[in-house]
Design a protein around this ligand. Structure first.
Ligand code: AMP
Ligand code: DBH
Length: 543
């Protein structure tokens, strides 16, 4: 596995992280086996109706691993997993972990364009989907993708198979997996939001990810009595690992799966299951704040409400404690690794006004200017980081890695931050060409490339516009060729190209030419200002 496709830590760091007990030599397979041995009867995961105990989850993962092996799946093979918050998600990923096959964590909102890319780029041999979810039939998506993905041998459906292989038919009698899985093997590929073109894939090892769970659990005080509500799509790094569903399983607690994050879907579950902790993105936190006043469910079991994925406004942050009677925890993390938390016993001022501090004493942080020189205390610069659970490079991305990582292995986060005197991070902006739409990241270049495929588009530039609810929305500036298409036509075109809905620009503006920087690059800064002005005018006009 130690190939240039999966960049790894240099030996001196490997030694350090082992000596300091960060990397303890556990795997996801062994972790579940151990919990099943110690507390087999306790519920591991429930959706409020169906539940699976630790012993059952362990057993079902073994059965499914045998079924996958029957299909020819081997250690190191990739499997694109696109499952919503259902118990099968855990059975599938633990089965893959047991075989040493790598889940590639697609999100339910991904469509043909993203899925085809994941399948092709990783040469995935399996693609696992639900039948239908959120009024979308994933079998149709699989049918569209399959002819263009030669390595893909099987589409597996959790639910009614529609001509593909049913997941339910793969629970064979357990067999001993052929190959041993090692703690320093890559366990899965997580997705980055990306900034240049398509999402990059993030190789995370058992050792490094399990360390991040252990460190998260300590900070979030997770234990056997913790009940974690997955309100966000559980394949995403934040609800998966900060401490998320996997952190909860590591602690021996109970994971409660909500099909969606709305108060209708989550509040009854909180009351029924006695949820103690959950994770939200800022727009969802605003919806919950709004709903709490008029709802009757008893939410008093909730001890910690995490908000992260995008910057949470201080004003809204101040309301959490009084409305929910629990502690707010700000979470500033990334699938590449580094996660920052405010601590549960931090002063309220720190909790509402910062995005926390690194979870591990072995996280190394630098805040630098354009020349990679450290900025002064309190000044704004780009955040660089390196540590025991932060990758040293993306999967199969040598050229990109050379730009995104310093020669001594720091990851350039693309986030502009300042540090308080107490070492807490405040997110101040972004240097990367990305829109953060309420926690959903959009790589501007990816959408621009799709727009450029349209006959009537000469050039395109996508930027963010401030938005009270989502934090940011997206605006595409388009220079038309001779004929000016309508905004609706372009949005339809993007949808037909099969991109996730959140990437479709909220607004499309036609323009004769772009503003340029003195160096001759399209000035996104000026375009952002223009977009903000246009939006303000049109919002004022509609009031
Ligand atoms: P990704 O690399 O796709 O996993 O996305 C991680 C990025 O999300 C970070 O680099 C930040 O830009 C953004 N992010 C995550 N949490 C926060 C937060 N609490 N405040 C501001 N930005 C955040
Ligand atoms: O936005 C993220 O990617 C994120 C946010 C909070 C994350 O990956 C995490 C915590 O682990």
């Amino acid at each position: 596995m130690r190939s240039s496709e999966y960049p790894f830590w240099p030996q001196n760091f490997v030694n350090l992280y082992r000596e300091t007990d960060c990397w303890r030599g556990e795997t996801f397979g062994s972790m579940l086996r151990e919990r099943a041995g110690k507390q087999g009867k306790r519920i591991a995961v429930t959706d409020g109706e169906k539940s699976v105990s630790y012993a059952e989850l362990d057993r079902r993962a073994d059965c499914l691993a045998a079924g996958f092996a029957r299909l020819g799946l081997k250690k190191g093979d990739r499997a694109v997993v696109q499952l919503p918050n259902r118990i099968e998600f855990f059975e599938v990923i633990f089965a893959l972990f047991r075989l040493g096959a790598l889940p590639v964590f697609a999100l339910p909102s991904h469509r043909e364009s993203e899925i085809q890319y994941f399948c092709r780029f990783t040469e995935a041999v399996l693609y696992v989907i639900p039948d239908c979810y959120a009024e979308f039939d994933y079998r149709t998506l699989a049918k569209a993708v399959q002819p263009n993905t030669p390595a893909l041998r099987q589409v597996i459906v959790a639910g009614s198979s529609g001509g593909f292989t049913a997941l339910s038919e793969l629970y064979d009698d357990p067999v001993v997996p052929e190959a041993e899985v090692n703690p320093d093997d890559v366990a899965f590929l997580q997705l980055s939001g990306g900034s240049t073109g398509l999402s990059k894939l993030i190789p995370r090892t058992h050792d490094d990810y399990i360390y991040s769970l252990r460190a998260s659990n300590e900070i979030c005080r997770m234990n056997q009595d913790s009940v974690y509500l997955a309100a966000l799509p559980v394949a995403h790094n934040y609800p998966l690992s900060s401490p998320g569903a996997l952190g909860t399983l590591y602690a021996g607690g109970r994971v409660v799966l909500a099909a969606g994050g709305s108060p209708d879907e989550t509040f009854p579950l909180i009351a029924q299951e006695g949820v103690t902790i959950t994770a939200l993105v800022p727009p969802l936190a605003l919806i919950w704040l709004e709903a709490a006043a008029s709802r009757r469910e008893d939410l008093s079991s909730l001890k910690v409400l995490q908000v992260g994925g995008a910057k949470f406004s201080e004003q809204a942050a101040r309301r959490i404690k009084s409305v929910f009677g629990c502690t707010l925890q700000q979470v500033f993390g990334m699938a590449e690794g580094l996660v920052n938390y405010t601590r549960l016993d931090d002063p309220e001022e720190t909790i509402v006004s910062t995005q926390g501090k690194p979870m591990s004493p072995f996280d190394e942080i630098r805040v630098v200017d354009e020349n990679d020189e450290d900025v002064g205390p309190g000044e704004v610069g780009e955040l660089l980081t390196r540590g025991p659970y932060t990758i040293r490079g993306y999967y199969k991305a040598e050229e990109h890695n050379a730009k995104t990582f310093t020669t001594d292995g720091f990851y350039r986060t693309g986030d502009l931050v300042s540090m308080t005197a107490a070492g807490y991070i405040v997110v101040e902006g972004r240097a990367k060409d990305q829109i953060n739409r309420g926690g959903e990241k959009i790589a501007a270049e990816e959408v621009e490339n799709h727009l450029l495929a349209h006959d009537a588009v000469h050039d395109a530039a996508v930027v963010s516009v401030p938005d009270e609810f989502l934090g940011e929305r997206s605006c595409a500036f388009v220079i038309p060729r001779r004929r000016v298409p309508s905004a609706g036509e372009l949005k339809r075109f993007l949808r037909e190209r099969g991109i996730a809905g959140y990437k479709i620009p909220d607004r499309i503006e036609f323009i004769q030419s772009f503003p340029y920087t003195p160096l001759g690059k399209v000035s996104k800064k000026e375009l952002r200002q223009m977009a903000a002005r246009i939006t303000k005018v049109s919002t004022a006009a509609s009031i």
